[in-house]
Design a protein. Sequence first.
Length: 310
Amino acid sequence: MENASSVKEFILLGLSGNQGVQKMYFVTFLLFYMIIVAGNLLIIITVISSQHLNSPMYFFLCYLSFVDICYSSVTAPKMIADFLVENKTISFVGCIAQLFGVHFFGCTEIFILTVMAYDRYTAICRPLHYTTLMTRRVCGQLVIGSWVGGFLHSIVQTLLTTQLPFCGPNKIDHYFCDVHPLLQLACTDTYTMGIIVVANSGMITLSCFIILVMSYVVILASLKNQTSEGRYKALSTCGSHITMVILFYGPCTFIYIRPSSNLGEDKSVAVFYTVITPMLNPLIYTLRNQKVKQAMRKLWSRKVGSEDGK
């Protein structure tokens, strides 16, 4: 990871320079991070332990929750710790590692959300072929493909960034290391690099978004021929996924599909897809899904029962 840089560490300016605001942010984001880990772990444990949540939809949900924990863990702990210190430094290697993690888990989440849309399309539009199309092996291959796709995207972004020379200044107007803030600090012309970075991220985001939209257009068109009860059941299974797609894709598209012009604005928007969306994922899927709620009640009653029997 050696390059022509004289900069050995960066200073993260964070979300705010106000000490009082930082203390308030520390409590708030620590609570948010605890909810992210606890909520998504609960979904993972519930899906694994429940015999009734063995369909592909819950298989993908389990991996989505795991990715959410990893994704938020790349940025949130460092951000929370920095609220309590004056010198918010991060080493060059640590910065590049954080950039890799953000793009790896973020892109993997985009692919898993796309795979979940395909799963809903298959279940609603081709119900007779669903069990043969979405076998355990196929589901596993789709998840592996999502991880590989995320890795390839991330390695491209990371390798491009490590080739840039950094001679100072070393202050990043963000709470984590990302491509756009680093491009602005490089002591060379980054116009071509910026176009490549936007094209790379934009191609993935747009292609996946088009697949998502097409899936739901076909789903909505097919629902015209179903009964009102069938429409309600189909839409209820899609509602949680559509909500997650809007919450995640909206901010991501805003940040990565255009050249960055306002880093202060970008870091405020980044809070949504790195912290808020992973925190809301368990709430959205439990509040709107009766099967998950029932499985959680059974899991809780088993735990209470086993403790009472001791």
